[in-house]
Design a protein around this ligand. Structure first.
Ligand SMILES: [Zn+2]
Length: 126
């Protein structure tokens, strides 16, 4: 988790970032032809290819997020009483970012403890 938001929102954010990156690269690549003429075509080609890959990757992420959200549990947030979706056993509310859990063993864990758990989990993986 790079951002303090729910997992579905984070997937959407990454998809959006990749789309922006892809579009930016394609525009920059095309601008390369205008600025550098013949030699800019190589830059344009590279930019277009990388941009296209980024766009395809973002499409994949959107698709994946869509698949995940169909299997997500829908529930009413106990904090803000809005209808939210959660993935896995612990996730944050999409609206107020409260950490929610389905696991009774983790229900008494505070936000700080959970962040420590996640931080130690990340460091042991790498
Ligand atoms: Zn909430």
């Amino acid at each position: 988790m790079f951002f303090k938001s729910s997992k579905i929102n984070e997937f959407r954010l990454w998809g959006l970032l990749l789309t922006m990156l892809g579009m930016g690269l394609m525009v920059l690549g095309t601008a390369g032809i205008v600025f550098w003429g013949q030699s800019g075509k190589v830059v344009a080609a590279i930019g277009l290819v990388i941009g296209l890959i980024a766009m395809l990757a973002s499409l994949g992420i959107y698709f994946w997020a869509g698949m995940l959200s169909t299997s997500a549990v829908q529930l009413e947030c106990p904090e803000c009483h809005k209808l939210t979706k959660m993935l896995g056993k612990t996730d944050r509310c999409m609206f107020c970012k409260t950490i929610l859990t389905l696991d009774p063993a983790q229900a008494t864990v505070t936000a700080e403890q959970l962040e420590q758990q996640q931080a130690s989990g990340v460091s042991s993986q790498s």
